[in-house]
Design a protein around this ligand. Sequence first.
Ligand code: PLP
Length: 453
Amino acid sequence: MVNLKILNKEISTWIEEYPLLEEIINLKESLWINPQYNKFEESIKNISLSDADVLDAENRLNRFAPYIAQVFPETKSENGIIESPIVKIDNMKTKLEDRCGEKLIGNLLLKCDSHLKVSGSIKARGGIYEVLKHAEDLALQNNIIALDDNYEKLHTDEVRSFFSNYSVVVGSTGNLGLSIGIMSAKLGFKVTVHMSDDARQWKKDLLRSKGVEVIEYESDYSKAVEEGRKQADADANSYFVDDENSKNLFLGYSVAARRLEKQLKDINIKVDSNNPLFVYLPCGVGGGPGGVAFGLKLLFKDNVHFFFAEPTHSPCMMIGCMTKEHDNVCVQDFGIDNVTAADGLAVGRASGFVGKTLEKLMSGCYSVTDENMYRLLATMADSENIFLEPSALAGVCGIVNILTSKEGKKYLRDNNLEDKVKNINHIAWATGGSMVPKNIMDEYYNKGVSLLK
Ligand SMILES: *Cc1c(COP(=O)(O)O)cnc(C)c1O
């Protein structure tokens, strides 16, 4: 246990106020139910973002769709709309039942953002959106396009040469860098990605192969972001994608919700007071899961319940929201090392903007060990033939946590959901994996298999 004071309070005092902290500090898998969780109409009151902002983002992505279809031919079949499938994972559910020794009532689905085109992770939503928004702003200001043009017009050498006068900068553990790097380079921007030491070599290699400048640090995500911000501040033509505070990223992610609503309708899944939706989202800094969850809340209000999933070594959102200190604290303050195999989630300090926005909308957070993410990875591969990166598995045990733990059952009781348990649709958000090279995926898989023995 650490002896240092955190925000002028002894660690023992923190634990007295928030007893769950002791478990979290000891790296135990924990489930925190948000005591501030409240009815939608109350919770939304002091939030500045609204349906109109989400719609604006959706319309922007629609304007860019013809361009995207041209420059990323793999998106042609969906007319340039980058969207992922949702699938039922009954075999995986049976495996989860075997493991926890209880029947899991209800329906389990996987939202496969792991298979989003272009950048293979949830970042293909927010990251690509933010770059497009910046490009559109510049192009409109300089009379290169008008809002009602066909944006295929942007796919010329002249436009690329115009964008080459501007640069885009981002700090990342890997996947955000991939999406920002790939999209920016395609438009013609100069782009620099500042990578933390968690970032995998193949991601750096891939970016460099596309002409992206990659700067590496021997420290964690916060340092990479800080250096990126410094570089961008020094240059007026430079645009910094601020993963910790960006409303654009958040809105880009939020567009997922209306598309999901349609997908659920197509497979005859209802969301209403009799058919609640539970969604489990892997969380790093919070923008991705936060944006998606916010969009879902605007649509489904009290009929959707969302939980964030984090590694036991990086539970930054859980600690930030529980203590209500948000970005005033980081996991390292509490002696937690922020070292995890789930590189997409290796964040020690959560976004204050996201934590505060979701303060009363979030149902809770839970943590998962790296070993369990690996076990789930191998089980998912064997039972469903779906290959995900470790981070993307964190959401998959959410159904077990809610249905079988004391705290989870209490949450169901407190929200009058006990007699609706059989109608609940549980969605685990699979956030990445399809671009992981085969030899590395084999390593992940073999590690999971050996841990299952
Ligand atoms: C980035 C990422 C997340 C979480 O998104 P945040 O915006 O950092 O919270 C989850 N899973 C994967 C695979 C990611 O790359």
